[in-house]
Design a protein around this ligand. Structure first.
Ligand code: SF4
Length: 118
């Protein structure tokens, strides 16, 4: 048996999964079942963070990945994001890093603040 706290919604249900039968208990809804099975076999996470820019008036902007990535790739992705400096004006939804680490996921801006700087 393995225990997880479900992070799909703020309820944070305490899940328990049987590693052989994959039977899940402790969930309040079906999403908890899917989360526990994924967490056991291939845990995924999202990234929401900031990236540096070359604009003095707005030295960082917020970004996120377009979909979940394998949990074990988070640190490698953060290294790529931390190496990046945005040097042109971008708006919310613009791609900052295309297909990061070949994962089929983009890093996109979640703000249009750079459009307001001079
Ligand atoms: S099992 Fe359902 S209700 Fe419980 S934390 Fe997960 S998503 Fe939320």
């Amino acid at each position: 048996m393995k225990n997880f706290t479900c992070i799909v919604c703020p309820n944070g249900c305490n899940l328990c999964i049987d590693e052989s039968s994959l039977e899940v208990t402790g969930n309040t809804c079906k999403r908890g079942i899917d989360f526990a099975k994924n967490e056991l076999t291939h845990p995924m996470r999202t990234i929401a963070t900031t990236v540096r820019t070359s604009f003095k008036e707005c030295p960082v902007i917020s970004v996120r990945v377009t979909s979940d990535i394998p949990k074990e790739k988070i640190f490698d992705c953060m290294k790529e994001i931390n190496k990046t400096v945005v040097s042109k004006k971008v708006k919310c939804g613009d791609v900052i890093i295309k297909n990061i680490l070949g994962l089929g996921v983009d890093v996109i801006a979640t703000t249009s603040r750079l459009m307001e700087v001079k």
